[in-house]
Design a protein around this ligand. Sequence first.
Ligand code: GRF
Length: 207
Amino acid sequence: MSLPRLAILISGRGSNMEAIVGAARDGALRGRCTICGVIANRADAPGLSRARALGVASRVVPSEELGTRAYGRRLLTALAEWAPDYVVLAGFMRIVSSEFVAAYLGRIVNIHPADTAAYQGPDGYGWAAEQRLTETFITVHLVDEGVDTGPVLRQVPVSLVGAATKEEIARRGLAVEHAVYSECLAELLDGRYEAQVARVAGRRRRG
Ligand code: GRF
């Protein structure tokens, strides 16, 4: 039996990508999936050299100067070569197009460093610092056509008591992200989130 194939999309550091690759080799995802490759939308993403060091196939699919729709098409073409079953966004800083969401309906996952109901956007740890939160939530969710609006799979609290800087907030949050993302992907692959998957499909039909 062949294992489900995961492609990971990044834009930057790639620490979640690294944690997922590690989990597929020797952790929560072991024996549950294959990581077919890593795509970065920018050639200068530090995560690319991390992927190379890990021996994972990687490529740049540049997004510069392309709108959401055109970039979605470019991504679909690039991904077709790897034929992934799931697309895992790990610090991927582009909005995916509705055509892209439809192509991988209920099979695109994202991790957000905040409660998606309270904050949508690119800087969840900066937001937590500004708001002086004493607790924040790491959220793993399915991707629908909105920005950080898809059905939540898991939400995990992180205490920010005594965390005086954005750096300390990010340090605490990322430690949780690295464990939770792989655990949650394992649950998704085990079919534990059928209701959320159905909701993504249902929302699209209504729209
Ligand atoms: C993480 O905080 C993730 O939640 C957010 O972007 C950041 C990516 O970090 N979506 P890294 O590239 O995985 O290190």
